[in-house]
Write a protein that binds this ligand. Structure first.
Ligand code: FE2
Ligand code: FE2
Length: 237
């Protein structure tokens, strides 16, 4: 992957985010999907989100291309897996139980008068359950395969029948898509993570934590879908 990128309306949002991580902030602000919809050209992504192409392009151009962008696209693949695990997997393992506790409290206190919290509780529960299994599959199956591939070793030393990371990557991408849908529903159910007037401390903390969680998951999926997986495919040829 080239670290210098000329951005045109046809450049995909995934490519832009891969080269300029700070661009993810611009995309989030304009509610543009850059993780699961990362393969869409900038112009199409703007259109879908109702964002102005020229404004978005200007905002991206104004960003500094920081060092992080260079290291993610050129660091050894094993290090990229380590980075994702230590930053995003660890974050989720800490955040999910804490958020779930708050979610249960909010449901008990306000669920009767707010049917939206009943659905939010269900949506968050399903998402966290899926994410828990998803992280485990990446840590136990996909990432070890990628580390072996990058080291030039056999990817399937135990004869599990999965010869390359391609099939597990496709499964992970389908699961990312499901997570993206759950996040969109969570955003709707919380009216774009708006804290209601007179909200109690737990509800306020829950909404803020869910918004932070969304942003971390978007960034996490982006790194896997748009940086890690394409780099593995490049290596597979
Ligand atoms: Fe992951
Ligand atoms: Fe993932």
């Amino acid at each position: 992957m080239n670290t210098l990128l000329t951005i045109t309306p046809e450049t995909t949002v995934g490519d832009i985010a891969a080269h300029i991580p700070l661009a993810t902030g611009v995309f989030s602000r304009h509610k543009m999907d850059y993780c699961c919809g990362g393969n869409r050209p900038l112009t199409e992504a703007c259109e879908r989100a109702g964002a102005d192409l020229e404004t978005v392009q200007k905002e991206i151009a104004a960003l500094e291309r920081n060092e992080d962008a260079l290291s993610l696209t050129s660091a050894p693949l094993g290090e990229l897996c380590d980075h994702i695990e230590s930053l995003h997997h660890s974050y989720l393992k800490e955040a999910m139980p804490a958020i779930w506790d708050m979610m249960k409290k909010v449901l008990n206190a306000h669920g009767e008068n707010h049917p939206e919290y009943v659905e939010l509780h269900q949506t968050v529960g399903l998402l966290f359950n899926e994410l828990h299994n998803h992280l485990q599959k990446e840590e136990e199956i996909l990432f070890p395969m990628i580390r072996r591939l990058a080291a030039g070793e056999a990817t399937d030393p135990n004869g599990l029948g999965c010869m390359t990371p391609e099939a597990p990557m496709q499964v992970m991408e389908a699961e990312h898509e499901n997570a993206g849908q759950a996040l969109r529903r969570m955003r709707e159910l919380t009216s774009d993570y708006t804290v209601p007037e007179n909200a109690c401390t737990t509800l306020t903390a829950l909404i803020k934590s869910l918004e932070e969680c969304e942003s971390d998951i978007h960034n996490h999926i982006h790194k896997e879908n748009n940086i890690l997986h394409p780099r593995v495919r490049e290596l597979l040829g």
